[in-house]
Design a protein around this ligand. Structure first.
Ligand code: SF4
Length: 435
């Protein structure tokens, strides 16, 4: 993660402003997932990890390999796959082999419900090929079978040296625990409301299962916790408690976030608040894609949240104004879109040739009102002419006006200017000069 500046003094009253954020992370035990080239550390102060999950049938090896590769290439550092039956468990080691053969070493996480103990015991190659097992204490087993089935999974994790995510979920909350807490609450002179009891059940379900795993011999540095709910305020409350009461590494996510802008907004609000409080070591956006939609949207959303909040950098940011009545032509929207797409497409090449380029800030602005000012704040910015303005576009580099572009090739000319800037600032010449 990039080093962050010390919190600046408040220029109004001379005191430091009360902003938490990237400097003040909740301390957790670091967990290394996978080995070799694909190994990823979650928690312990490591950069916040982006993860995702496939929606293919894991028994469909071709489809799952293709989607894992797509998610990994989009930047997912861990990918979870469903392991729900024998055919899926049999497919897992073959998926791992195929991915390794094409140079995709992203650690695979197996998502188990109800019969994880059996699948892991019956399919040792699957248990070995996975880097991490995700289990849900609410459905790992019921009544007297719960403890033995939970123990079996933990024993497999110990035997194969794997990490376990203990992921409590609002939709499959441990019924016995919830009933017990509801009964206890009812006996109190002043019972708390039922929703608060459910939150407490989520927290206890995750924490007591993690403690049980430690008792069984799984080290703390192989346990990650999550406690996902689908309502933003509940999620924030539950994770605050999990963080307050433990130092296990934390997986953040709003479960069943939903489709389209609703899912993006709800997940960003919930995850953003917690990250700002220093809570969360790995994040996943549980977005419902449009039918046939692009699964990598969840990876891009996670990256953009981390980057806009200043935790990590993945791709140069393009700041663009929203446009208004001063931008009646579509030139401005087209340029903002084209520059953004061009940057994303160029990134695989740029990352190899220009280390550090992901920290670049570009501004594409619609008119003279905020255009020059915002462009000066960016590394490189262009202020397009609004309606009625002279059809010229000043370009600002490192805060100073560097040139004026005009004419029908303006978009291409701007790309050339950005490319030259990147070469000058991040290219091999700049690196040798710095050495
Ligand atoms: S910079 Fe100009 S075009 Fe963009 S929103 Fe502001 S006034 Fe409108």
């Amino acid at each position: 993660m990039e080093a962050m500046d010390a919190t600046p003094a408040n220029p109004i009253n001379g005191t430091a402003p009360e902003i938490a954020g990237p400097n003040s992370r909740h301390r957790t035990v670091g967990v290394t997932i996978g080995s070799g080239e694909g190994a990823v550390t979650v928690g312990g102060g490591a950069p916040i990890v982006v993860q995702s999950m496939t929606n293919t049938d894991t028994a469909d090896i071709d489809g799952t390999v293709a989607q894992v590769a797509q998610l990994a290439r989009a930047g997912s550092e861990l990918v979870r796959i469903t392991v729900d039956r024998d055919e899926a468990a049999v497919a897992v080691p073959r998926i791992r082999e195929r991915l390794d053969r094409i140079g995709i070493h992203v650690p695979l996480i197996g998502d188990f419900h109800y019969i994880g103990h059996k699948l892991l015991a019956d399919h040792p190659a699957c248990a070995e090929a996975l880097a991490k097992y995700r289990i849900n204490p609410g459905n790992v087993g019921f009544k007297e079978k719960k403890d033995t089935q939970f123990s079996t999974i933990i024993e497999q994790a110990i035997r194969y040296g794997k990490t376990v995510r203990i992921g409590a979920n609002w939709g499959s909350l441990d019924e016995a625990l919830l009933t017990h807490l509801m009964d206890e609450n009812a006996k109190l002179p002043r019972p708390i409301d039922a929703r608060a009891v459910m939150r407490e059940a989520m927290v206890r379900s995750a924490l007591s299962s993690a403690e049980r795993a430690v008792e069984l011999g799984l080290p703390k540095d192989r346990i990650i916790l999550s406690a996902k709910v689908s309502a933003v305020q509940d999620l924030i409350a539950v994770y605050r408690e999990v963080a307050r009461r433990s130092d296990f590494a934390i997986h953040l996510g709003l479960t069943e976030a939903g489709m389209g802008s609703k899912g993006l907004v709800a997940a960003s609000a919930a995850i953003g608040v917690l990250l700002q409080e220093g809570i969360g070591d790995t994040i996943r956006y549980s977005l419902t894609p449009e039918p046939g939609g692009d699964r990598t949207v969840e990876v891009k959303a996670a990256q953009e949240l981390l980057q806009t909040m200043g935790f990590r950098t993945f791709v140069p940011l393009v700041a663009a104004c929203p446009g208004c009545g001063r931008t009646t032509s579509t030139t401005f929207q087209e340029l903002a879109r084209d520059i953004q797409n061009w940057i994303v497409q160029s990134m695989p090449e740029w990352k190899k040739a220009y280390p550090g380029v992901e920290g670049l800030n570009v501004a594409v602005m619609g008119c003279i009102v905020n255009g020059p000012g915002e462009s000066k704040h960016a590394d490189i910015g262009i202020s397009l002419p609004g309606t009625g303005e002279t059809p010229t576009a000043p370009v600002f580099i490192d805060g100073k006006k560097a040139m004026t572009l005009r004419g029908p090739t303006l978009a291409k000319d701007f790309e050339t200017v950005v490319t030259d800037y990147i070469e000058r600032r991040f290219g091999s010449g700049a690196r040798s000069a710095a050495e």
